[in-house]
Design a binder for this molecule. Structure first.
Ligand SMILES: C[S@@+](CC[C@H](N)C(=O)[O-])C[C@H]1O[C@@H](n2cnc3c(N)ncnc32)[C@H](O)[C@@H]1O
Length: 247
């Protein structure tokens, strides 16, 4: 059984639960999407490429990030990758009215393996690679290899933007960041008047062996070490961050 198949994301039930409730418990999810769209408008739409902008969405889930990007640019040409067939089924459905969408049912590990064996599953190059809440499932060494993979699949001048959870530099801060997250969930639940409470989630996140968040600085250093320029954190609220770089 592969590492992905052993993870909770291989379970249909887990995938469904995320799709139904992410807006309730992912801290500032709407703000994260706004930052992504601002980035797209500023760096991609203004670039005046004389063809469709090519986007790669890694760990696409039900296509949430690509759906936000097509609101900015409906000519986008997107490739969406996910290890979960349930997630990809929903992404296909959500994006069925848009042409130029490719869906690839592969894990990150399979992508890496195919490249290292000289039989790359992704032959295309992209102007923007995005990912959200997926790369923290990789260990730091795997992250480094994956960042290199991303770099290799970008056109010169292309961008990588990752929305993800990161580890705090010290435990004291990590504990408070979880409290901060719980407080945000409570406030959001009150606003949305939801019946189910997800305030327990930050603790569950900490104890989940599928999660391997690394410190933001280590990830920025890893980006730089594979060649990214302008590696920076664009936003951070507790453990939730948006960071990336340029090829
Ligand atoms: C928390 S969901 C986020 C989905 C989407 N990006 C979003 O923000 O709504 C994480 C996604 O990453 C996928 N994923 C996790 N580990 C993966 C791996 N090793 N290879 C491919 N996909 C993976 C899961 O199947 C899941 O769809």
């Amino acid at each position: 059984m592969s590492k992905f198949e052993k993870s909770e994301w291989a379970e249909k039930k887990h995938a469904k639960e995320f799709m139904e409730n992410a807006d309730v418990y992912i801290l500032e999810r709407k703000r994260l999407f706004k930052i992504l769209k601002s980035f797209y408008r500023h760096f991609l739409l203004k670039s005046e490429l004389e063809r469709s902008i090519k986007v790669l969405d890694l760990g696409c889930g039900n296509g949430a990030l690509t759906m936000e990007l097509v609101k900015e640019d409906d000519e986008i040409q997107a490739t969406l990758v996910d290890g979960s067939s349930e997630m990809l089924k929903n992404a296909r459905e959500n994006l069925k009215t848009h042409s130029n969408m490719d869906f690839i049912h592969k894990t990150f590990q399979e992508l890496l393996k195919s490249e290292s064996e000289g039989d790359d599953l992704l032959v295309d190059k992209f102007d923007l690679v995005v990912s959200s809440l997926a790369i923290h499932h990789l260990h730091l060494e795997e992250k480094k290899s994956f960042f290199r993979y991303v770099y290799n699949h970008l056109n010169p001048g292309g961008f990588f933007l990752n929305i993800d959870v990161v580890k705090a530099p010290v435990n004291e801060l990590e504990s408070w960041y979880r409290v901060l997250w719980s407080e945000w969930i409570r406030e959001n639940q009150d606003t949305l008047e939801t019946k189910t409470s997800f305030e327990y989630l930050p603790l569950q996140y900490k104890n989940n062996p599928d999660n391997h968040p690394d410190k933001l600085q280590d990830q920025l250093d890893a980006l730089k070490s594979v060649g990214f320029q302008q590696a920076d954190c664009y936003y951070k609220y507790g453990i939730f961050s948006v960071y990336g770089g340029k090829k």
